[in-house]
Ligand binder design. Structure first.
Ligand code: NAD
Length: 554
């Protein structure tokens, strides 16, 4: 009893309304030649590449769990080099992870918000400092990102997610209802009653962390299945959470196949939410699985899914050719076109096409491709053999098509790494296969339209694909910008004017798309965090009536 009293007294000591630090975007380090930061990052990369093979466990309730089934981990740009292994789990491991998460839930859900905030603020500072090189190097090594692509993702965006979400969390908690005289109305933001399943893609280390951290910050417990091609940086994320003080069992990482994870999770009565980023087809399969099991769940699960894209760039006849070419060369090919936001279809008017083509050829022709260890390489490898073969099939299809022509690139070579040349296809058919389908690789298809057909072209852009993630308009004519903004209202969740369609920054351009591209809950924004709480309204009446008769009965 005395112990319990002490605990209550201690909890009651936090009786002020705290403000959290005002979130600021983490500055991007430039990694100039001869800079200390570059030296230090490349050293870390080398030592992670050459160390004894690493054995990455699952993290279940604070235990490191290993199995007899090991799968190798290799750099996509050097797939014969084995960095280490991860342990493949089975159904029982997912079930154990659910059990451990639910066991941790009571204490975590009751932990005051400022304690939860402190853990993620600490994670942000650890990542800005001692973890920066490790997180970036793991992302360069096993996801094949160049220094800059790793820095803006694994360091800056992840730090921004933690800092801004802490601020947004307090914004949500501050939202309170009106109270009429004699009454006090309150809103409480309960974590979901159960556990959240975080299912994450390979392409952004920051997304993997955020899909776990956002619901956890709001008091939820998580079972996380990372992509099998992101496990190395996933391990660094788990180390970071642990060092930041996240209690055991709050986030549990299982490395199992998607099917095995789904089988355990979607059959569990306490499944309360899905936080997914990945492809549209997988999301639709998951949605069907959840729907088929809906009677089993205690609550209707919250479903957040950010999915595929077929992101466009539209140039108006007034656009400046060098700006259009640069929006395409950066927007389509950075990180080998493996960003959900990567420009993969473009609409260029005849009048500027010769100039755009010339500059684009020069720019793409000057790209160097190879390992991220050589920092002069702008392009690295695509993620794995499956992806390589898929992209190659699309390129081969373009080679054999009568209504398309490859004007840049088109070669693939997987002897050492999964290298695909940045490829530009020009088609005379606005509904050509590669204008419509997501390829998720360095392939851009361009449709050249008659300069008088701008408005009709906008209609084509709007109806060509099932996706609506990002898109941009380049124009010097304000009326044309206005027209495109109106006509493409539902064609993109992130719409850019005179810019490339990639590179959204947390706190500045809340990110997400609609139609086939997702539920558009905007990662790194209050909209997303509010999906991970279930509000309880509390009404208290101070002078309680003692007679049923209203005055009108008199
Ligand atoms: P993916 O759909 O192949 O995989 C995502 C996750 O789902 C992985 O962990 C994978 O193992 C798992 N998975 C696959 N099949 C499953 C199944 N049947 N059951 C359960 N889990 C399953 O996606 P990816 O290749 O890792 O990532 C690329 C995709 O993600 C692209 O389509 C891209 O557009 C999309 N993406 C979207 C956004 C966004 O914000 N909209 C951001 C990043 C990536």
């Amino acid at each position: 009893e005395a112990l319990f009293f002490n605990f209550v007294k201690k909890k009651d000591m936090s009786n002020a309304f705290f403000n959290v630090p005002v979130a600021q975007n983490e500055p991007i380090k430039p990694y100039d030649p001869k800079s200390n930061e570059r030296e230090s990052l490349l050293q870390t990369y080398k030592s992670m590449k050459n160390q004894d093979p690493i054995d990455i466990p699952m993290y279940i309730g604070g235990e490191e769990v290993r199995t007899a089934t090991k799968k190798p981990i290799s750099p996509p740009h050097n797939h014969k080099h084995i960095i280490g292994h991860y342990n493949v789990g089975e159904l029982e491991h997912v079930e154990l992870a659910i059990h451990k998460a639910l066991s941790a839930r009571k204490k975590w859900a009751q932990t005051p918000w400022q304690e939860r905030a402190a853990i993620f603020l600490k994670a942000a500072e650890l990542l800005a400092g001692p973890y920066r090189d490790k997180m970036n190097a793991a992302t360069m090594l096993c996801q094949s990102k160049n220094v800059f692509q790793a820095e803006i993702d694994a360091a800056c965006e992840m730090i921004d997610f933690f800092r801004f979400n802490v601020q947004y969390m307090t914004k949500i908690y501050k939202e309170q209802p009106e109270s009429a005289p004699g009454v006090w109305n309150r809103l409480e933001y309960r974590p979901l009653e159960g556990f959240v399943f975080a299912l994450t893609p390979f392409n952004f280390t920051s997304i993997a962390a955020n899909l776990c951290a956002a619901p956890a910050m709001m008091g939820n417990v998580i079972v996380w299945k990372p992509s099998q091609t992101q496990v190395y940086s996933a391990k660094v994320i788990m180390d970071l959470f642990k060092e930041a003080g996240l209690p055991d069992g709050v986030i549990n990482m299982v490395t199992v196949s998607g099917r095995v994870a789904g089988e355990a999770i979607f059959n569990h009565s306490d499944f309360a939410g899905l936080h997914f980023t990945g492809s549209t087809d997988v999301f639709r399969t998951l949605w069907k699985d959840m729907a088929n099991n809906i009677e089993k769940y205690k609550s209707y699960p919250r479903v957040v899914g950010e999915t595929g894209g077929k992101d466009f760039v539209v140039a108006h006849p007034s656009a400046i050719p060098s700006q259009v070419a640069t929006a395409l060369s950066r927007g389509s090919f950075e990180f080998q076109g493996q960003k959900c936001s990567a420009a993969s279809r473009a609409y260029v008017p005849e009048n500027i096409w010769p100039e755009v083509k010339k500059i684009l050829k020069e720019q793409v022709g000057s790209f160097k491709m190879g390992s991220p260890e050589d920092t002069t390489n702008f392009i690295n490898a695509v993620i794995d053999s499956k992806s390589f073969n898929n992209i190659k099939e699309y390129i081969d299809y373009c080679k054999s098509a009568s209504d398309a022509e490859i004007i840049i690139g088109g070669n693939c070579n997987d002897e050492i790494g999964y290298f695909v040349e940045p490829t530009v296809v020009v088609t005379t058919n606005p509904s050509f296969k590669t204008m419509v389908e997501e390829i998720f690789g360095p392939v851009l298809t361009i449709y050249v339209y008659a300069s008088t057909d701008f408005e009709e072209t906008l209609d084509i852009v709007d109806r060509t694909s099932q996706y609506a993630l990002t898109g941009s308009i380049l124009s010097q004519d304000r009326y044309a910008i206005q027209l495109a903004t109106q006509k493409l209202e539902n064609a993109a969740g992130n719409f850019y004017i005179n810019d490339k369609p990639t590179g959204a920054v947390v706190g500045q351009q809340p990110f997400g798309g609609a139609r086939g591209s997702g539920t558009n809950d905007k990662a790194g924004a209050p909209m997303n965090l509010s999906r991970w709480v279930s509000a309880r309204t509390i009404k208290e009446t101070f002078v309680t009536p003692q007679d049923y008769k209203y005055p009108f009965l008199g």
